[in-house]
Write a protein that binds this ligand. Structure first.
Ligand SMILES: *Cc1c(COP(=O)(O)O)cnc(C)c1O
Length: 357
C-alpha cells in the first residue's frame, strides 16, 4: 500500500487508525437497546466536554446543518452576525436565506471581534440573537470568548449561538458558565473524526425560544432532538459509524485527561509559532488573538505557496492548506488539531524546512 497523504490542513484533519477501526464496526439498529446504551454511555462525557448539564445532541450533518438549525430554532427576528473570516462571514447569508433579518458586525480578516463593538450594537435593542465563531478557521483568529460572554450577560433576552468547530476540546469552553445558548461543533476538525457529523447542546432559554418559533422544520427541530434524547435516541437514523468513532475518541480524550489534552495543544501550537517567527514569517492573525489549534501564516516572504503545498505532498506525503478564499497564496495554514503531538508537528516543520530549502 502506498503511504496515504497525512492531513495537516485545518479540517478535515488526520483520523487515527483506532478511530477508523471504530468507524468501520458492524452496524447496530438505532432503535434498539445497543444504540441506547451507546448514547447513554457517551452522554456524560459529552456533557463534560461541553461544560453543560443540558442534553448533548448527535446530528448527522456537517456543522453547517446545525448552524442553520440554530438560526431557525432560536432567532426570532433579527440576528447580529459577528464576522471576521470566511466561516463567520457566511453566517449572515445563511440567516438571510432562512428568512431572518441579519446584520453584520464585520471586522477586517485577521482581526478579532471586540466585546465593546458587540455591546454597542446590542445596546440598540434591535437584536434578539448573536452568532459568533469562537475560532475563525480561515484566518487563525480566536475570539475572546469569556469577555464576549461577559458582555452578553448584560442582555438576558439575547441568545448567543456559538460555533466551536475548530476549537472544541482543545481548550476549556464551559457552555453553562459562559451562558452560551447553542453551542455546536463538527466532527472533522478539533475532534479528528471523519467528516459528516456534528454535536450540539441547547440552553433552557433557547429551548423556550424554539417552542414559540414557527418554521423550525423537522430534521433540525431542537424540540425533536430533546424529546428523543430523553430515551437516548435521535429523531432520524443517525450515522452510527460516527457514534462508534466518537465513543472511541472520548475514550482517548479521557484517558489522556483534559488538562493534558489542553496542554498538548498549547505546546504543539507554540512549536508552530516558534517556527513561523524563526523562519522570518509573520502571523495573519493579530497578536493576543491567535488560535491555539491552527496557525495562519502570512506569506510576507513572497514564497510560491502552491509549490510549497505541492512539494510537501509529493516529497513527504503531508498536506497543508494554501490559504482560504480571498487569502489563498497570501497565507498558508498549519493545523495542530486532534491527535498531533510535539513529535508529529516537529516532523511537519522539518519537512517544511526541507521544501523551503
Ligand atoms: C469547517 C468549519 C465550519 C463548516 O463545517 P462543515 O463541516 O463544512 O459544515 C464551520 N465553522 C468553522 C469554524 C469551521 O472551521
Amino acid at each position: 500500500m502506498t503511504p496515504h497523504d497525512k492531513l495537516f490542513i485545518p479540517g478535515p484533519v488526520e483520523v487515527s487508525e483506532k478511530t477508523r477501526a471504530a468507524f468501520a464496526r458492524p452496524m447496530i439498529g438505532h432503535r434498539g437497546e445497543a444504540f441506547k446504551n451507546l448514547y447513554r454511555e457517551i452522554h456524560p462525557r459529552l456533557q463534560g466536554l461541553f461544560g453543560t448539564k443540558q442534553p448533548v445532541f448527535l446530528s448527522t450533518s456537517s456543522a453547517w446543518g446545525v448552524m442553520e438549525a440554530a438560526i431557525r430554532n432560536v432567532v426570532r427576528e433579527r440576528v447580529l452576525c459577528c464576522m471576521c473570516g470566511a466561516f463567520s462571514d457566511k453566517w449572515l447569508d445563511v440567516a438571510r436565506r432562512c428568512g431572518k433579518e441579519a446584520e453584520a458586525l464585520q471586522v477586517e480578516w485577521g482581526k478579532h471581534i471586540d466585546q465593546k463593538a458587540i455591546d454597542h450594537e446590542l445596546a440598540s435593542g434591535r437584536f434578539d440573537a448573536v452568532t459568533l465563531i469562537h475560532n475563525e478557521t480561515s484566518t487563525g483568529v480566536m475570539n475572546p470568548l469569556p469577555e464576549i460572554c461577559c458582555t452578553l450577560a448584560k442582555y438576558p433576552d439575547i441568545a448567543l449561538v456559538l460555533d466551536t468547530v475548530s476549537s472544541f476540546s482543545a481548550l476549556p469552553i464551559a457552555m453553562d458558565a459562559l451562558g452560551i445558548d447553542v453551542m455546536l461543533t463538527g466532527a472533522q476538525k478539533a475532534l479528528a473524526l471523519p467528516p459528516g457529523f456534528s454535536l450540539f447542546s441547547v440552553s433552557e432559554k433557547a429551548f423556550a425560544r424554539a417552542e414559540k418559533q414557527k418554521d423550525r422544520g423537522y430534521y433540525f427541530d431542537f424540540l425533536e432532538f430533546k424529546k428523543q434524547q430523553t430515551e437516548f435516541m435521535t429523531p432520524s437514523t443517525p450515522s452510527v459509524g460516527h457514534i462508534f468513532a466518537l465513543q472511541s475518541k472520548l475514550e482517548d480524550i479521557f484517558n489522556e485527561t483534559l488538562p493534558a489534552r489542553f496542554a498538548r495543544h498549547a505546546r504543539t501550537n507554540a512549536l508552530v509559532h516558534d517556527w513561523v517567527a524563526g523562519r522570518g514569517f509573520e502571523f495573519f492573525a493579530e497578536e493576543n488573538f491567535r488560535s491555539l489549534t491552527l496557525t495562519c501564516v502570512k506569506n510576507n516572504r513572497g514564497i510560491d505557496v502552491a509549490k510549497l503545498v505541492r512539494d510537501l505532498r509529493e516529497d513527504h506525503h503531508l498536506v497543508i492548506d494554501g490559504g482560504y478564499g480571498k487569502i489563498k497564496g497570501q497565507t498558508f495554514r498549519l493545523s495542530n488539531m486532534g491527535d498531533e503531538t510535539e513529535e508529529t508537528v516537529a516532523h511537519l516543520l522539518a519537512c517544511l524546512d526541507n521544501c523551503l530549502g
